[in-house]
Structures are given as structure tokens and as C-alpha cells.
Design a protein around this ligand. Structure first.
Ligand code: AMP
Ligand code: GLY
Length: 447
């Protein structure tokens, strides 16, 4: 059997999960992670090539290409969105290297809200109605529109570019909208991302995400999932990168999945192909399940974090085989089969996150978790043999169960075994899925 050396780009919980999943494949030769974290370091070789250590993305891509040649890497898997939006897949593919992840233009589905909305409106993909603001006086034009227009409230103001989760403002009235506009003006990162702006109709319903792997023509669905973006129980407090996830999400029952495939997934793939930018990699469809059916809130061009932590453990199929088939445009040869379990992942974070928090707290208890618990590292570092906290989100603890309730209970039992000073986590991850009952049949009945 051929074996393939693999490089994973990134350093978070998502990348630890990708490394864990790939490392189970009999197809794997050597595994490299750049830059990785202490979790990925137990599964492969962490290579200290961080984008931040290079003057610009091109210089980093060059260093990656050297590594790929030197180590005969057959596939590069891109974890985060920024390198994709910067064109890492184009750079490496032009040099004959295989990449799991979309081209720069195709990654525009996440990198530019305007690009994504234009595709959706042009091809009739269900989403919120929207108005674009572009040009040299974009914020003034928007201010004028908000003051003059007889617009519907609430509305959603979105910066066009990547804004690290800070670029979306839900405004319940005109005063709030004007206040948000001031905030955009006074924040450098935000005003850069907001050189173009979209104002969207506010959609109501339950949010859920559906993930597909696609080679541009063929697509395979993974489980649906729900993230928990706010810091506090009951979806209160500040937005974070994501405090926990569970899968599958019962609001996306089998019929809903079929509708998502028919009205969103395949129309998006056909649209991208027709526009000359076939989409390859993971397509993350952030959806609002409204009373009129699923509508797109956003696309992402990569796995979610922490959604990845609950999706990949569910795979029965060899992830590396799927990713090689995707990069080789032959996904039609591979099926994706998932285990029949439910998965819950709770993020343990540093107290104070997503605002100010301290690092360097000793993490203990990882040796006490049960054998079938998975603990994925995000912000951790090793110092003299101790594992220390080194970021806002520190670990994701993942357990499975025959139903959602038992997955949640198992997960919190394990979380309590792990300690570090000022650890914080939500106590209600997965709770919104429980209202659908204990199994998929009852979810089908309720939806
Ligand atoms: P986005 O970055 O576009 O996913 O937006 C972040 C969050 O804002 C989403 O997860 C939703 O909770 C909310 N949101 C964004 N757009 C809308 C919309 N048009 N209607 C309702 N909520 C929205
Ligand atoms: N958990 C949300 C995201 O990865 O975008």
C-alpha cells in the first residue's frame, strides 16, 4: 500500500483534531504540522513555520514549499481560513503540490461577504436579502442610508472582509446602527475589513451548520452541528471563537439535509464552477433554519473550530483517503460513513476570555480522563514537562454517547477531571438539542 506524507497548517483545536484523524489512517506516512501545538506534537512532527514569523504570506508559502519538497509531502491540509484567502492553495498547486482547501478566489465565499452574497443572489441560493456599500465613502454612504432609508429593523451590518468574528453587528434600531458605525470607524482592523459593507435582512430561526467535503463536482456530507458562540450559558455575553459544539444537530433532520443539498450545496458548487472558480475542500454552510426552510447565514471555507472536534471523531471513513480523493478530483470513488453516535465537545477556556485573560496556568488531570474521551489542544504550551495554558481557548473535551443526553453527561464528567487556575466553560453545551428528544426519530417528528 502507498503511504503519503501529510502537512497540516494551523495550531488550534481544529488542527489537533485533523492531525488525530489523519494519524489513524493506514495511508499515512509521516505527519507534519506547521506550526502545531503540544497536542499535535504527540501525533507528528511540529515544524516551527508560523505565518507571523514571515514578512508576508508569500514568504511563508515559499518556506512551506521548501518543506514540502524536502519531506516529499503528498498532501497539504489547510486548517484556518486566512492562508486560503491569501492564496496558499494556488501557490502550492502552481508548483505541483496537492492541497486540501479551496483556491484564493473560491475561498472568497468566506473572505468576502459581498462575493458570497453576489453568488447567492445570482444563483437563487436562499439567504437574507442584502444591500452593498462600496467605494471611497462607504461608511458615509452607509451612515446616510441608515439615517434616511425607511429600512426594516432589526438589520445586520457586516464588514466585507475577514474580521476575526468581530465584523457582524445586529442592530435593533437606527440609533444602534449609527453607534455600530462609529465603532467600525474607530477600530483599525474593523475599518480595514469594512472598506466594503453589506447590510442584511435579519433572519429568525434556529442556527445550525452543515459541512460538506467536495472536489468541485461531487460532494459528501458530514454530520450537521451546532456551535455555541457566546461566552455565557443561554447564549449570553460576548462573542467568542466558539465555546463548544455538538453533532448531529437534530434541527437538521434527514429531510432538512436533503433540502440543504438540493437548494444550497449543489447550487453553490454549480455556481462556483460556472463562475470559473470550482470549489474544492470543506464547505461549511452556516444556516438559519427558518419557517420557510434553510437559508445561508454565511459560508466558511474550512472546518469550524470547535465543530471539527465533534465531526471528525464521528467518521468511520478514512479522512486521509477522502482528502486525497478530493485533491485528486475523484471524490465520486469514496463514500463518507459516520458512526451512529452523538458527540459533545466542551471548550475549556482561560477565565476572562474573550477579553483579558492570563496565560501560564498549569493544566492537570489529563491523565484522569476515560479512555474513550478525546482532549484536543488549542492554547497550550509545554514548559519543563508541564502543560500550561497559552491562549483564550485552551482545550476541547469530546465525548460520545448513544444519544445526545449521554454524550453531554459524559463530557461534563470528564471536563470536571481537568483543572487549571481560573478555568471557565459553558455548562449548557448541547442543551438546545435536547428539546428534540433523545433520538433522531423524535427529532424528525418535531421538526
Ligand atoms: P456571520 O459572521 O455572517 O456568520 O455572522 C455571525 C452571526 O451573526 C451568525 O452566526 C448569526 O448568529 C448572526 N447573523 C448574521 N447574519 C444574520 C442575519 N442575516 N440574520 C440573523 N442573524 C444573523
Ligand atoms: N466555530 C465557528 C467557526 O469556526 O467559524
Amino acid at each position: 500500500m502507498s503511504r503519503y506524507n501529510v502537512l497540516i497548517l494551523g495550531s488550534g483545536g481544529r488542527e489537533h483534531t485533523l492531525a488525530w484523524s489523519v494519524s489513524r489512517s493506514p495511508l499515512l506516512g509521516k505527519l507534519f504540522i506547521a506550526p502545531g501545538n503540544p497536542g499535535t506534537g504527540t501525533l507528528g512532527e511540529n515544524v516551527p513555520l508560523s505565518p507571523g514569523d514571515f514578512p508576508d504570506p508569500q514568504a511563508w508559502f515559499e518556506a512551506l514549499a521548501d518543506l514540502i519538497r524536502r519531506e516529499e509531502i503528498a498532501l497539504t491540509v489547510v486548517g484556518p481560513e486566512q492562508p486560503l484567502v491569501d492564496g496558499v492553495a494556488d501557490y502550492l498547486e502552481e508548483r505541483g503540490h496537492k492541497v486540501f482547501g479551496p483556491s484564493k478566489t473560491a475561498a472568497g465565499l468566506e473572505g468576502s461577504k459581498i462575493f458570497a452574497k453576489r453568488i447567492m443572489h445570482k444563483y437563487g441560493i436562499p439567504t437574507a436579502g442584502s444591500v452593498e456599500f462600496d467605494g471611497p465613502s462607504v461608511l458615509d454612504d452607509l451612515g446616510q442610508w441608515l439615517s434616511n432609508e425607511n429600512s426594516d429593523w432589526p438589520c445586520v451590518i457586516k464588514a466585507d472582509g475577514l474580521a476575526a468574528g468581530k465584523g457582524v453587528f445586529i442592530c435593533t434600531n437606527r440609533d444602534e446602527a449609527i453607534e455600530h458605525l462609529q465603532r467600525i470607524r474607530s477600530d483599525k482592523t474593523l475599518s480595514d475589513a469594512a472598506s466594503r459593507v453589506v447590510v442584511e435582512e435579519f433572519m429568525t430561526g434556529e442556527e445550525a451548520s452543515v459541512f460538506a467535503i467536495t472536489d468541485g463536482k461531487n460532494a459528501r456530507l458530514l454530520l450537521s452541528a451546532q456551535d455555541h458562540k457566546r461566552i455565557g450559558d443561554g447564549d449570553t455575553g460576548l462573542n467568542t471563537g466558539g465555546m463548544g459544539a455538538y453533532a448531529p444537530a437534530p434541527v437538521v433532520n434527514a429531510e432538512m439535509l436533503r433540502i440543504v443539498e438540493e437548494t444550497i450545496l449543489y447550487p453553490t458548487l454549480r455556481a462556483m464552477e460556472e463562475e470559473g472558480h470550482p470549489y474544492r475542500g470543506v464547505l461549511y454552510m452556516g444556516l438559519m433554519i427558518t419557517k420557510d426552510g434553510p437559508r445561508v447565514v454565511e459560508y466558511n471555507c474550512r472546518f469550524g473550530d470547535p465543530e471539527c472536534q465533534v465531526l471528525l471523531p464521528a467518521l468511520k471513513t478514512d479522512l486521509l483517503e477522502v482528502m486525497l480523493a478530493t485533491a485528486g478530483s475523484r471524490l465520486d470513488e469514496v463514500e463518507i460513513i459516520c458512526h451512529d453516535h452523538h458527540y459533545c465537545g466542551v471548550v475549556m477556556a482561560s477565565g476572562g476570555y474573550p477579553e483579558h485573560y492570563e496565560k501560564g496556568k498549569k493544566i492537570e488531570g489529563l491523565d484522569r480522563v476515560s479512555d474513550d474521551t478525546l482532549v484536543f489542544h488549542s492554547g497550550t504550551r509545554l514548559a519543563d514537562g508541564d502543560l500550561l495554558t497559552n491562549g483564550g481557548r485552551v482545550l476541547t473535551v469530546v465525548c460520545r454517547g448513544d444519544d445526545l443526553r449521554s454524550a453531554i453527561d459524559a463530557c461534563y464528567r470528564e471536563v470536571e477531571k481537568i483543572t487549571f487556575d481560573n478555568a471557565c466553560y459553558r455548562s449548557d453545551i448541547g442543551a438546545k438539542g435536547l428539546k428534540y428528544g433523545l433520538n433522531d426519530e423524535s427529532a424528525d417528528d418535531l421538526a
